[in-house]
Design a protein around this ligand. Structure first.
Ligand code: NI
Ligand code: MN
Length: 227
């Protein structure tokens, strides 16, 4: 699968010929100045929770591309009230078959207020299953025992996207345990470096994963990798 990283927790993956864009936060990301939001394609925009650093560019991209917003019921309703036409609400534990494959909305331990203070439901992650393989996007979350349910209920993961920046989410040590819980040794790191509280030492993080026989990928912002 082709994965393009747009900084912070935003990336796109092409599944079944469709572009799935996750948690767009580009325009206000100081580290992603070289990325032009107007050139990002999307057929689906998946939002893990309501925080600004995960939804900031979602409305604009949805309006320009006509992409379908997939998130929890409260977040989807918030975007529909702003005029988004294509939207698909989910809630935890639920799975839906889309034209590219299936999406399961799974548990995350975090919070989820909307940028304007509206209620944003509960935060989640996604397991995406397509003809090319399966991957897990954890969203913002603590390490949680619920991650152990993923390999019990989903096909073997080709890769997992986990937050590693600490302070607001898991840090590297807990992300390594999370990768054990989801039974996946190929990890893409997210939610690091963007602000002061979450700056990390890349070489150290990569080495910590390597010491456990795992690979931590930290693509550059704008870089596309094949997984
Ligand atoms: Ni958050
Ligand atoms: Mn966040």
């Amino acid at each position: 699968m082709k994965l393009t990283y747009y900084g912070h927790s935003c990336f796109s993956v092409i599944v079944g010929g469709k572009t799935l864009l996750f948690d767009p936060f580009i325009k206000y990301n100081e580290l992603a100045k070289q990325i032009d939001v107007n050139r990002i394609g999307a057929d689906y925009i998946l939002l893990s929770h309501g925080h600004e650093d995960h939804v900031a560019d979602a409305l604009e991209i949805a309006q320009r591309t006509g992409a379908t917003i997939v998130s929890n019921y409260e977040i989807v309703s918030w975007f529909q009230a702003k005029g988004v036409k294509n939207a698909h609400p989910m809630n935890h534990g639920g799975k839906w078959r889309f034209d590219f494959g299936t999406v399961k909305f799974v548990n995350a331990v975090h919070s989820s207020g909307m940028p304007d203070g509206a209620y944003g439901g509960n935060p989640g992650g996604f397991v995406i299953e397509g003809a090319e393989g399966t991957f897990y996007y954890a969203g913002d979350t603590a390490l949680t025992m619920d991650m152990q349910l993923i390999p019990m209920t989903c096909p073997r993961l080709n890769f997992a996207l986990l937050p590693i920046g600490d302070n607001f989410t898991m840090g590297v040590e807990d992300a390594i345990i999370a990768s054990d819980f989801v039974k996946c040794d190929s990890i893409v790191g997210l939610h690091y470096d963007t602000f002061g509280f979450i700056k990390i030492n890349h070489a150290e993080a990569v080495q910590q994963f390597k010491n456990k026989g795992k690979e931590l990928l930290l693509p550059a912002i704008g870089q596309t990798i094949e997984l």
